[in-house]
Ligand binder design. Structure first.
Ligand code: ADP
Ligand code: MG
Length: 594
């Protein structure tokens, strides 16, 4: 191929150079090597994987498996590009069941590192090995080897200084490699994993361990115990996994894992679906924690859109997503949404040698000690500082109610309600709780078709941009169904003819602007359900008691009673907590009684 003669300027690149270029797509960093080698091992039917890393994987990645192994002829082709045992025809692409299929990974890796494979097939007495040093392929030679395959990749990018310069600190590369391994280990139940770094063990997962046990080993008991299972099936589509309560949500997605037909993937559409499922229970800037497997027929999904196969395209999104969303949403509703106050007290608890505890006693510490921990929430400076607080007052009228649920309540700074529970105390943010109560009321009224609409004799006029009017126009019938009656009045003017009576009078213009803004930056048109939800959401805020409003004892009572009747009263519709709970055990720890 390289024997081009003559003086022309165009020439076919030598295979070695082609591989190095392809390596730019497939091999970004040590974590990519970890991923490709492990996927190959899994494709070979491995039941046990040992992964050894040095310097985060930059110096060494070695993956040893007990899979099928290779004979000498196959081994000779393993480092050759577009050599694969997994795909023969383009037609096969529609039915891919293996993790790899492009036959690119080993050729790419071998072109930018010092790689070596040692392997032995079942039933054969001798093993074989081959080396690929920066694209210089050696011969297949006999070698003693246990059953299975061991692929070793040393000195990644040793011959591509520009790429090597982009590698980050060991801790960062290790973090990425471990992220890949965790995702694979949670996707591939039924396979055991042993992971070592610089000679020390990072984690091991026995083959028999199920998803919950694996999450517990990797991320600790506190999370594992709070998880709620999801399991639904419709035709050939199946969703199963575990979801965490909203309070475990994080600023990053490192604990949000999707697996599609056993393959870990980071798909923006699935991530958005999950975010949507938590809406109203989760701070929208935080990422829910979940471990979810989705099985669809291979023909229903295109995995060949990206060389690392971490993004996919679903062929029938319109039917798939409503199905996922309703299953996820139901599961989120089953989580325990209470906000424990014990965490807030932790900094005051007496702990020799450290303030912010990491490991729990009797439990292997979660593996990501390397990770930057989030700072503990600051106490004493809530956002939107309070006006000069009124002295705390005991609300007199609040003796136990008919249900016996509401005892004495202390109102603090016209904002917080403190009350006794059976096992401790609870602090309620009255504003947040009132938002939730109003939200649920409005939603119930809308659903029941019992929403009263207040019509205006003289419609209020709202000025908008032309583009906004245009966006709004499409939604007028849908908005009318939910009690918001608007009419176009001019190219940049909209008239408000009617609004739900529950809404404060002056809320109209603001509400319309919010709706327009939401419609304008949404990527696609929301369905009536979503629109309703959004509107109800905004209305709840407009209606609510603002922080600083004094509540009469009777109002406090009816607020707490109304909340007690709800299914979900632990967060406001925006996902902020409405209640923080301190158990007696928390208090004992805070006062060093235990
Ligand atoms: P792909 O996985 O896309 O087929 P790779 O370059 O990753 O391409 O691997 C090339 C081929 O080498 C595979 O198709 C497979 O036949 C063989 N191979 C690689 N790793 C292993 C392994 N651990 N055990 C058995 N065979 C392997
Ligand atoms: Mg592969």
């Amino acid at each position: 191929m390289t024997s081009i003669s003559g003086t022309g300027a165009i020439r076919v690149l030598p295979e070695r150079v082609r591989n190095q270029i392809a390596a730019g797509e497939v091999v970004e960093r040590p974590a990519s090597v970890v991923k490709e080698l492990c996927e190959n091992a899994l494709d070979a039917g491995a039941r046990e994987l040992v992964v050894e890393l040095e310097e985060g994987g930059a110096k060494l990645v070695r993956v040893t498996d007990d899979g099928a192994g290779m004979g000498p002829e196959d081994l000779a082709l393993a480092f050759v590009s577009h050599a694969t045992s997994k795909l023969a025809e383009v037609d096969d692409l529609a039915h891919i069941a293996t993790l790899g299929f492009r036959g690119e990974a080993l050729a790419s890796i071998g072109s930018v590192a010092r790689a070596r494979i040692v392997t032995r097939r079942a039933g054969e007495t001798s093993g074989w090995s081959i080396e690929d040093e920066g694209g210089r392929l050696g011969a297949v030679v006999a070698a003693g080897a246990p059953l299975g395959t061991s692929v070793e990749v040393r000195d990644l990018f040793y011959n591509v200084p520009a790429r090597r310069a982009f590698l980050k600190r060991t801790a960062t590369e290790l973090g990425r490699s471990l992220d890949v391994l965790q995702r694979l280990a949670l996707a591939q139940l039924g396979t055991g994993f042993v992971v070592k770094h610089d000679g020390g063990r990072v984690f091991d997962l026995e083959r028999e361990m199920g998803l919950a046990a694996r999450v517990r080993r990797l991320f600790g008991a506190e999370l594992a115990e709070a998880l709620v299972p999801v399991e639904v099936e419709a035709g050939e589509v199946r969703l199963a996994g575990l979801l965490a309560p909203p309070r475990f949500s994080r600023s990053d997605t490192s604990r949000q894992m999707w697996f599609l037909n056993g393959r870990p993937l980071k798909d923006r559409v699935l991530a958005r679906c999950l975010q949507e499922a938590y809406r109203g229970f989760n701070d929208e800037k935080r990422q829910p924690v979940a471990f979810l497997s989705l099985w669809v027929p291979p023909a229903a999904v295109d995995v060949n859109v990206h060389p690392t196969k971490s993004e996919v395209r679903f062929r029938d999104e319109r039917r798939l997503f409503p199905f996922l969303l309703s299953a996820l949403r139901a599961a989120v509703a089953r989580t325990d949404m209470a906000t424990p106050g014990g965490k807030l007290l932790a900094p005051f608890a007496h702990r020799p040698g450290g303030v912010w505890p990491v490991a729990r006693s009797g439990e292997r510490p979660p593996i990501e000690e390397l990770e930057v921990r989030e700072a503990p929430p600051a106490l004493g400076s809530p956002p939107g500082a309070l006006p000069t607080p009124e002295p705390a007052s005991l609300v007199p009228g609040l003796l136990p109610s008919a249900e016996g649920r509401i005892g004495a309540v202390l109102q603090v700074a016209d904002t917080y309600l403190v009350r006794e529970l059976e096992d401790g105390i609870e602090i309620v943010d009255q504003h947040a709780l009132h938002e939730r109560v109003t939200y649920e009321r409005l939603k119930a009224a809308l659903r029941a078709g019992a929403l009263e609409v207040q019509r205006e004799l003289v419609p209020e006029l709202i000025e908008l941009a032309r583009s906004e009017v245009h966006v709004l126009e499409e939604h007028l019938p849908a908005l009318e169904k939910i009690g918001i009656e608007l009419a176009l009045f001019g190219p940049t003017t909209v008239a408000v003819h009617g609004l739900p009576a529950l809404l404060k009078r002056r809320a109209g213009p603001r509400l319309v602007r919010e709706i327009v803004a939401a419609l304008a930056d949404g990527e696609k048109l929301p369905g009536p359900e979503q629109l309703l939800d959004h509107v109800v959401h905004s209305m709840a805020c407009r209606r609510s008691v603002m922080a600083g409003d004094a509540l009469a004892p009777e109002e406090i009572r009816s607020l707490l009673e109304a909340a007690a009747r709800l299914d979900h009263d632990q967060t406001c519709p925006h996902g902020r907590p409405t209640r923080v709970r301190l158990t007696l055990a928390d208090l004992e720890r805070a006062f060093h009684r235990r």
